[in-house]
Design a binder for this molecule. Structure first.
Ligand code: PLP
Length: 390
């Protein structure tokens, strides 16, 4: 017989633990719009989704196959992937993708597919790539070379070709940044392909994965985007769901050509489903967030939202320059780069720093210039106080 008496024993948090949680809730409420230093936007409202937190939604396996696990959001995931296939210009039936746990997982998946296509391949990525790329190469035991980047963060294509030639690799796997973490730089995949052709490579002999964590939800909504789609030559790509889309939990979208994804497919009898993803259990809630985002925001809204971000970038660069601070940005970038102020200032505004520079990100929840103005005033006053001129 089962003994159910123990269920009667109420298991509640102690008053101290409740107070601790309450204090953390207050902290979150107070700082919910803090973010101008990292690209996570906080203009989302997924209140429709709160009721699903009563369920464990688990999308283990592939959304396009039968799964024995009832509480999955596969039909929504299908619609999400269909939308992103359209956005990144590949016929839906020619690609496969899924909702990831974030940019790193999507990059690992894309690079893994590249490695399965070219088991003797070598990874080439620029020194401005996100730190997780070197980690991924290590995990996959993939020989890897870091290529030079120029002072604005874009890959030095001559160095890419030089390193590929020096390593005598037949099948390079190239990671192109579509928005670097610190400087928002974009590696031009059209230029990469042109240089590879000049170097004697046929297109089918190398692989391009685009890390679009940052700009993947910016470029589709500008008038003159840099090359970043499958039509432009990507073999796979990864976009962040919690950056320019915005979500309460880390998430992302990864897409690759179907013919290449099929090579990593494995049948799993435990869930009566096949698997083509990096994870085992996958978050079924984040699928619903991204689904809601794409369903309720028409393209013209998303274009206006990105236009606002770019206007805030221009405003911030102009204001810095008027004050004599050499701030800069790049085409279609939501990032403003400027010399690193003192620690108290970058910490006060929660801004990231790297190699002598700091950046400001025009996150979508900034509906006016107040946060930018406060940050600029502090940075300008800081350089003035320390008698630093540029
Ligand atoms: C360009 C770029 N790629 C990849 C990542 C990793 O994404 P995640 O933190 O979602 O794993 C980031 C995160 O900041 C990033 O900026």
């Amino acid at each position: 017989m089962l003994q159910n008496d123990f269920y009667l024993d109420p298991h509640r948090l102690s008053p101290e633990d409740t107070a601790k949680l309450d204090a953390f809730y207050e902290h979150c409420m107070k700082h919910r719009y803090f973010n101008i230093g990292y690209p996570e936007s906080y203009d989302f409202d997924y209140s429709d989704q709160k009721r699903f937190l009563d369920f464990h939604l688990n999308n283990c396996g592939a959304w396009d196959e039968f799964c024995n696990y009832q509480l999955q959001s596969f039909p929504f995931e299908k619609e999400v992937i269909e939308y992103f296939a359209g956005l990144f210009k590949i016929p839906f039936n020619k690609c496969w993708g899924y909702v990831t746990n974030g940019g790193t997982e999507g990059n690992m998946w894309g690079i893994y597919i590249g490695r399965e296509k070219f088991p003797e391949g070598t990874l080439f990525y620029s020194r401005e790539s996100h730190y997780s790329v070197a980690k991924i190469a290590k995990i996959l035991r993939l020989p890897a070379h870091a290529v030079l980047a120029d002072e604005k963060g874009e890959m030095v294509y001559s160095d890419l070709i030089k390193q590929i030639k020096n390593s005598r690799v037949k099948h390079p796997i190239i990671l192109a940044n579509i928005g670097t973490t610190v400087k928002g730089a974009i590696d031009n995949i059209a230029t990469i392909q042109q240089k590879m052709t000049e170097a004697g490579f046929n297109r089918q002999d190398y692989y391009i994965h685009c890390d679009e964590a940052l700009s993947g939800m910016v470029l589709p909504f500008v008038d003159d985007p840099q090359p970043h789609t499958f039509a432009d030559g990507a073999d796979s790509l990864s976009v962040s769901g919690h950056k320019n889309i915005g979500a309460p939990m880390p998430c992302g979208i990864a897409l690759a050509k179907k013919e290449n994804v099929d090579s990593i497919k494995v049948e799993i009898d435990y869930i009566a489903c096949s698997d083509k993803t990096m994870s085992g259990s996958r978050n079924g809630h984040t699928v619903l967030y991204i689904w809601e985002f794409i369903k309720k925001h028409r393209p013209d809204y998303l274009r206006a939202r990105v236009a606002n971000q770019l206007a805030l970038v221009k405003y911030t660069v102009d204001k810095f320059r008027q004050a004599g601070i050499p701030a800069w940005t790049q085409k279609n970038s939501v990032t403003v780069v400027f010399p690193k102020p003192s620690e108290e200032v970058w910490q006060k505004h929660n801004m990231a720093t790297a190699g002598g520079v700091t950046h400001f990100v025009a996150t979508c929840h900034q509906r006016n210039t107040d946060m930018a103005d406060a940050m600029i005033a502090d940075v300008v006053a800081d350089f003035k106080r320390r008698h630093i001129r540029f």
